[in-house]
Ligand binder design. Structure first.
Ligand code: NDP
Ligand code: BG6
Length: 510
């Protein structure tokens, strides 16, 4: 039986027990992300005694909310969404230092009130307290918030105390290359890059970090990790849910912006990058940028497919098509599925296709990276008769059922020589127990101690947008021409199959 106290994640986090006194300010504190992820993450960090002794939480938003009411909202968020049940003593420690400041995001006076409130906290603490600003609002107000943090002096650099303030910024970091550059320029006008933490929550997932450990802490993979032995790589991030209540956001975004440009591309970068010189933020991020720069331009008509889900069945229930969902334009050009074939033009990967796909309303929620090796040469085991030979495939299951598996060919017991593919598996839950911390716990804590390893650097975001912006513009100019459709509950459109069959491959059924 696994000992939860010996969970490797918690052991890894123990190095963080030295986080300095901190006030976390959440902009957009009445929002969905705050309730579902941020407050539960802070609660669980408190549960694990990983918050600094002097920890304060301040909500900020336009609606006036008395402190007491905000504490009740936050407590309900823990009860509804935390992976652990609400423990009155643990929550009490956070609640005792939880307050709320109301103000507009473009209202100078609101930020002055916030600055005065933080000064008051610092005074009562009797020591310096760093500020960690979490921008959890729609992107339309990122800019006024950043400007007002600068103008009010809260941005830190203006006080000459850069270490005292940090900012976490939620995706999307722009909606194309030009807007990503503008956002980066705005951030740089107030903060130094090492004060900026661009969140991609996939990097906080345990299994994504395990990908690095598997690649670089085992010597059996590296000699095979190249075009001589690897035939192709498939990265799938599938969801069974539809657009839900996020129509307003999703209509402006679509699958390429929402999932491929960030989460799926991060998985590609970690799979394909060269070994970094160390596990330090800059070393790792340099390698990610390098490999993303080596990705060849996408051939707009032949390397990509997009589609919208039509009515179908999910989990035994009839569900409407995307165009029938509440808040979606009946002639919407927003894709809910995208598949891309990428080629990396470097010594290691030339000639190895990387297939990326993501979609809503697919048969199940599953994210995986499947590395398919070349078939063995020779014909001593023919592909016919009793020989069922599969290509060796190493797959990293990011979620759910987190783990790693390898498909090998084995002899079927008996007097005849027959073969059959078999699966060798490692499951996190079996080995380590299942109470794994959520991505936001690790990332909020890393930002508190100033470790940017699992965050996106500004040039990395721009490199990724450089790759996808021509495709986004192409799709926009095409309108609905070329938009395929797939029944809800299926693995996507035929157009996406063609990306692979033209190269002799097929999608895996993860
Ligand atoms: P919400 O739509 O819930 O908005 C958060 C808060 O921002 C609201 O409670 C509101 O607070 C304020 N707000 C909302 N609309 C506006 C507006 N038009 N102008 C000014 N203020 C507004 O957003 P989420 O919590 O869903 O997302 C926050 C950020 O996190 C976004 O950038 C999103 O892309 C990102 N994100 C969200 C995920 C999720 O699952 N929700 C997942 C990954 C990223 P008030 O009225 O009190 O000021
Ligand atoms: C978010 C997207 O970034 O990631 C959502 O905006 C998506 O559309 C979510 O549902 C998926 O995250 P996870 O962790 O549930 O795979």
């Amino acid at each position: 039986m696994a000992d939860p106290e010996r969970h490797p994640f918690l052991q890894g986090l123990s190095k963080h027990r030295g986080a300095p006194p901190t006030v976390v300010v959440i902009f957009g504190a009445s929002g969905d992300l705050t309730a579902r992820k941020l407050i539960p993450a802070i609660y669980n960090l408190s549960f694990d005694n990983l918050l600094p002794a002097d920890f304060h939480l301040v909500g900020y938003g336009r609606k006036p909310i008395p402190d007491e009411e905000f504490r009740a909202i936050a407590s309900k968020a823990v009860a509804d969404f935390s992976r652990r049940e609400l423990d009155a003593e643990v929550w009490g420690r956070v609640a005792a230092n939880t307050t709320y400041v109301s103000g507009g995001y473009d209202e100078k006076a609101g930020f002055e009130r916030l600055a005065a409130h933080i000064a008051e906290i610092e005074k009562s603490a009797g020591s310096q307290v760093q500020s960690l600003f979490y921008i959890s609002t729609p992107p339309s107000v990122f800019s006024p918030i950043i400007q007002n943090l600068g103008a009010s002096g809260l941005g830190g650099r203006y006080l000459g105390k850069a270490h005292q303030s940090k900012v976490i910024i939620e995706k999307p970091f722009g909606r194309d290359l030009a807007s990503a550059r503008a956002l980066n320029a705005e951030l740089r006008s107030v903060f130094d890059e090492n004060q900026v933490f661009r969140i991609d929550h996939y990097l906080g997932k345990e299994t994504v970090q395990d990908l690095l450990v598997q690649r670089f802490a085992n010597s059996i993979f590296e000699p095979l990790w190249n075009r001589n032995y690897i035939d192709s790589v498939q990265i799938t991030v599938a969801e069974d849910q539809g657009v839900g209540t996020r129509a307003g956001y999703y209509e402006q975004s679509g699958c390429l912006r929402d999932m491929i440009q960030n989460h799926t591309t991060q998985l590609l970068a970690l799979t394909a990058m060269e070994p970094p010189g160390s596990f330090e933020a800059e070393a790792l991020r340099d390698e990610k940028v390098k490999v993303l720069r080596a990705v060849e331009a996408i051939s707009l008509d032949t390397d990509a497919a997009r589609a919208q889900y039509a009515a179908g069945m999910t989990a035994g229930k009839a569900v409407p098509g995307y165009l029938e969902e509440a808040g979606i334009a009946p002639d919407s050009t927003t894709e809910t599925y995208a598949a891309i074939r990428l080629s990396i033009n470097n010594w290691r990967w030339q000639g190895v296709p990387f297939y990326l796909r993501s979609g809503k309303r697919m048969p199940r929620r599953v994210s995986e990276i499947a590395v398919q090796f070349k078939r063995p040469p020779g014909t001593i085991f023919p592909h016919t008769g009793g020989f069922d030979l599969a290509a060796n495939t190493l797959s990293f299951q990011i979620q759910p059922d987190e783990g790693l598996s390898l498909i090998l060919n084995a002899k079927v017991p008996g007097l005849e020589t027959r073969t059959q593919p078999v699966k060798m598996s490692f499951r996190y839950a079996t080995t380590f127990g299942s109470n794994t911390p959520e991505a936001y716990e690790r990332l909020v804590l890393d930002a508190m101690i100033g470790d940017g390893t699992l965050f996106i650097r500004g040039d990395e975001a721009e490199t990724s947008w450089t790759l996808y912006t021509p495709l986004l513009e192409h799709w926009q100019s095409q309108g609905r021409t070329g938009m395929a459709s797939y029944p809800a509950g299926s693995w996507g459109p035929e157009a996406a199959d063609l990306l692979l069959t033209s190269r002799g491959h097929t999608w895996r059924q993860p």
